[in-house]
Design a protein around this ligand. Structure first.
Ligand SMILES: C[S@@+](CC[C@H](N)C(=O)[O-])C[C@H]1O[C@@H](n2cnc3c(N)ncnc32)[C@H](O)[C@@H]1O
Ligand SMILES: [Zn+2]
Length: 267
């Protein structure tokens, strides 16, 4: 994590600034962050600040964090194969969503970055500023870090919950999420958080599988069906959770109807 990232980091519980307890270094690899208000501490290990404790997670967040910890091993080839089954390249599919981002050279946050499968379509764009990625699965983040280090991509990563982001309000020119929100414990909180950390005028994109897409997962993704213990609710696009004051709200289907994409702009 870059030292300058401390400017936008906050405690996910009380939203006050955190400070680094240790010597100043341009690149923080390990140490402790402490909240100026509630004194909670968060460790930084291998450059990744940890804002959640896996053992403290509950409900679907806990089940999915564990599932993605092991699934991270095959996520990248699985994703490529899923696009091939759909009859499109991964680049085509991902660009259907990512080309809608409009960061205008500012900071970009991916909530639920996984192993970084969207990064190849972001890092070389002239309109991208610094890129930040958060995920609830340490397994996914470690995969992602291996890729960014190998490729020399400068991306700050955080272990955290999308429902309680560790960032100051108005920090990002662009915020997006692909592929997890349907099964977060609290979708409303996650959408509110993406809006809170976005700057006024930012475009926010939220995409996840449609009911048709989820049925595909149930057939092809080992262990997926079991996560719901036989009681999965049918998926609807969470457009009703987007506050009425957001601008240009629209929903469209991508990936041949397997995913919805919800787009709006913060006033
Ligand atoms: C299907 S993957 C999507 C990865 C990547 N964004 C992509 O486009 O392929 C879903 C991701 O959501 C993450 N996730 C699940 N629940 C979360 C939560 N409450 N907060 C943040 N991330 C979460 C998982 O760990 C996983 O990496
Ligand atoms: Zn605090």
């Amino acid at each position: 994590m870059k030292y300058k990232t401390l400017d936008i980091l906050t405690c996910p519980f009380c939203r006050e600034h955190v400070e680094f307890l240790g010597p100043k270094a341009e690149d923080i690899q390990s140490g402790t962050l402490q909240c100026n208000n509630c004194s909670r501490t968060y460790s930084v290990i291998q450059g990744i600040p940890r804002f959640v404790k896996p053992e403290a997670l509950t409900g679907l967040n806990r089940r999915f964090a564990r599932m993605y910890d092991w699934f991270s091993w095959i996520y990248v080839p699985f994703s490529k194969a899923a696009f091939a089954l759909l009859g499109m390249s991964e680049e085509q599919g991902r660009r259907e969503i990512l080309d809608r981002l409009d960061p205008q050279g500012g900071r970009v946050l991916e909530v639920s970055i996984g192993p970084g499968v969207n990064l190849p379509y972001l890092v070389r764009r002239a309109d991208m500023g610094d890129i930040y990625g958060l995920d609830i699965s340490l397994g996914q983040l470690h995969r992602c870090q291996r890729v960014t280090q190998r490729k020399g991509w400068d991306v700050d990563l955080f272990l955290g919950n999308g429902e309680q982001l560790p960032f100051q309000g108005g920090s990002f020119e662009s915020v997006f999420h692909i592929g997890g929100i349907n099964f977060f414990n609290d979708k409303r909180a996650a959408i509110e958080e993406m809006i809170r950390v976005a700057k006024s005028g930012s475009r926010i994109l939220i995409a996840d599988e449609t009911e048709q897409g989820a049925r595909g997962y149930e057939r092809f993704l080992p262990g997926f069906k079991k996560l719901f213990k036989g009681h999965r609710e049918a998926i609807t696009t969470p457009v009703d959770l987007v506050p009425a004051e957001m601008l240009d709200t629209r929903v469209f289907e991508v990936w041949k109807g397997m995913m919805y994409c919800l787009e709006f702009r913060k006033p």
